[in-house]
Design a protein. Structure first.
Length: 431
C-alpha cells in the first residue's frame, strides 16, 4: 500500500500541465486490439491503470511499449485468450475487453470487473447491447462468457436505459465489425466517447453521431491503424487542479485544457466567485476571495460530472456562510470521502445520501484513507489546505487516476511525498 504524506498550509503557485484523459485511455487501450496493424497512442497519462492494462495485453501476446507519453501497441500476433481473473479485477475498465474481444474474435471470456468502491455498478446495459447484436452471454464462475453466432454479430437498434459511458463504448467496440447498421439510442455524450469514435474511424470504422444521444455504426470488415492518435486532455484532472488552485492557489495556470469540456464545472466554480481567465488552451485561476456557498447536482455529460463532486467539496468548505448541498445522481452512495474530511475538522455530513457542507475556518492534518480515486483527490486538496501533517492511506487509488501527481504538486510548491506504507501500524498512525 502507498501513502501520500502532505505538510499542508503552503500557498501554491505556478504552472501545471494536464495529461491525457484517463477514461479515454482505459477504453482506447482495449480498443487497440481491434486493429490488425500496430497502434500508437500519444498523450498517455502515467497512471497505474495503464500499467494494469498493459499487463492484460501481454496475457494476449500483444506487445506494448510505453515511453514518456507515447504508448505503442502491436496486436499483430494477438491470441484470443480468456481473461478470467488477476489484473482484470484491479480496474473497472477491464470490461472494455468484452466489447473489444467480441469485435475482434466473436468471443470473449472476461472476469467480472473490479474498480472503485462507489456503490453498485451494474453492467446490464452492456450485456443487453451484446445480446441485441446476436451474442449469447453466460455467467459462469465469476466470469462472463460472450459468444457471437456462427455467422457473426449483426447490427441492431439498442435503446439504453440510461446514458452509460461504459455500455456506449462497449457496444461501439463490439459493433464496428458487425454486419449492417447498429444504432445506439440514449447513448452517453461524454467527450471520451467522441475520442473513441475518432480513434476507431481513423482505423477505418464508420461511426457517426458520437457526442450526441444517437450513434450510428456501419459495420466494416476490419480495422487498420495508420496515424498516431492523441488522447484528449483529462477534464477531471483539470477540474481537480482548478479546485486546488481556488482552495490554496496563489495564482495557478493550468495548461492543456479543452475549456468546453469543463463548462458546467466552471459555471459552478465561477458561481462561487472564483475568478478564472481563459486562454486558447489554458486557464489562469486567481487567488480566491470571499466565496459564496452553492448547490450541486451531478448528471451525465454535459451536466456536472460525478467524478468532480469530491474534488470540488473542499472548495465549498471555504465559503463564507450558508449551507452547501451536493447530490450525486449518478452514484448516490459516492460519499465515502465525507467521514474522512470530518477527521480533518470539516463541518460536513451526509443525510440520506445528500452531502451538507458548512463553512470551515481551518482544516487540520489527520490520518485518512482514499477509498477511491476521486475521494483521494478530495483528500489530497484538503491535506494541502490543512494545518500540519496529513497521511492519506490507500494512495494507490490516487495513482490509479492522476498522472505524475507528486511531480506536478511539487512543481506548484507543495510539500508532498508518496511512499510505501510502513508495515508497522503505529508508525502509520503517527501524524
Ligand atoms: N448503469 C447501470 N447499468 C449499466 C451501466 C450503468 O445501471 O449497465 C448505471 C450506473 O450504475 C450509474 C450510471 O448508469 O448509475 C452511469 O454509469 P456509467 O456506465 O456511465 O459509468 P461507467 O462507464 O461504469 C465511467 C467512468 C467513471 C465515471 C462514470 C460516469 C470509466 C472507466 N469509468 O464509468 O469514472 O464516474 O463513467 O461518468 O470510464 C472515475 O474516473 O473516478 C470513475 C469512476
Amino acid at each position: 500500500m502507498k501513502q501520500m504524506i502532505i505538510h499542508g498550509g503552503k500557498p501554491l503557485q505556478g504552472d501545471v500541465w494536464i495529461g491525457g484523459a484517463k477514461n479515454s485511455t482505459v477504453a482506447l487501450i482495449p480498443a487497440s486490439i481491434l486493429s490488425r496493424t500496430p497502434v500508437t497512442l500519444e498523450g498517455v497519462p502515467r497512471i497505474a491503470d495503464v500499467d494494469n492494462l498493459m499487463d492484460l495485453l501481454n496475457e494476449m501476446d500483444v506487445e506494448s511499449d510505453f515511453h514518456e507519453t507515447t504508448l505503442r501497441i502491436n496486436p499483430e500476433h494477438i491470441k484470443m485468450s480468456p481473461l478470467p481473473t488477476g489484473k482484470i479485477k484491479s480496474l473497472r475498465a477491464s470490461y472494455y475487453f468484452m466489447g473489444a474481444l467480441l469485435g475482434r474474435f466473436g468471443k470473449a471470456i472476461v472476469g467480472f470487473p473490479g474498480g472503485d468502491d462507489i456503490g453498485p455498478r451494474p453492467i446490464d446495459q452492456h450485456i443487453k447491447g451484446f445480446e441485441a447484436l446476436g451474442a449469447c452471454v453466460k455467467n459462469k464462475n465469476d466470469q462472463i462468457i460472450i459468444t457471437a453466432p456462427e455467422d457473426g454479430l449483426h447490427g441492431a437498434t439498442i435503446h439504453l436505459k440510461m446514458p452509460s459511458v461504459g455500455a456506449t463504448m462497449n457496444i461501439i467496440m463490439a459493433s464496428v465489425t458487425a454486419k449492417g447498421q447498429t444504432i445506439i439510442d440514449d447513448a452517453a455524450k461524454e467527450p471520451e466517447i467522441i475520442d473513441l469514435a475518432t480513434f476507431l474511424n481513423n482505423m477505418g470504422a464508420t461511426i457517426r453521431g458520437a457526442g450526441t444521444d444517437s450513434i450510428r455504426i456501419e459495420g466494416v470488415k476490419e480495422l487498420r491503424a495508420q496515424a498516431p492518435h492523441t488522447i484528449i486532455p483529462d477534464r477531471i484532472e483539470a477540474g481537480t487542479y482548478i479546485s486546488l488552485a481556488a482552495c490554496i492557489g496563489n495564482g495557478i495556470r493550468i495548461h492543456n485544457i479543452i475549456e468546453e469540456h469543463l463548462d458546467s464545472y466552471l459555471a459552478k466554480v465561477e458561481e462561487m466567485g472564483v475568478v478564472i481567465d481563459a486562454d486558447e488552451d489554458s486557464l489562469y485561476v486567481y487567488p480566491a476571495g470571499a466565496l459564496k456557498m452553492i448547490q450541486i447536482k451531478t448528471a451525465a455529460y454535459p451536466g456536472f460530472a460525478t467524478d468532480l463532486q469530491q474534488p470540488i467539496t473542499p472548495l465549498l468548505l471555504t465559503a463564507k456562510k450558508g449551507e452547501g448541498v451536493i447530490i450525486d445522481q449518478i452514484y448516490p452512495k459516492r460519499t465515502g470521502h465525507i467521514a474522512q474530511l470530518r477527521k480533518m475538522g470539516a463541518n460536513i455530513k451526509v443525510e440520506d445520501n445528500i452531502i451538507l457542507v458548512h463553512p470551515t475556518k481551518q482544516l487540520h492534518g489527520a490520518v485518512v484513507s482514499a477509498g477511491e480515486i476521486r475521494a483521494g483527490a478530495c483528500l489530497m486538496i484538503a491535506g494541502l489546505m490543512a494545518k500540519g501533517k496529513t497521511v492519506i492511506n490507500n494512495a494507490d487509488n490516487i495513482l490509479r487516476g492522476y498522472d505524475r501527481v507528486q511531480e506536478k504538486l511539487r512543481q506548484l510548491g507543495a510539500d508532498v511525498k508518496i511512499q510505501d506504507a510502513p508495515d508497522n501500524k503505529d508508525e502509520e498512525e503517527k501524524v
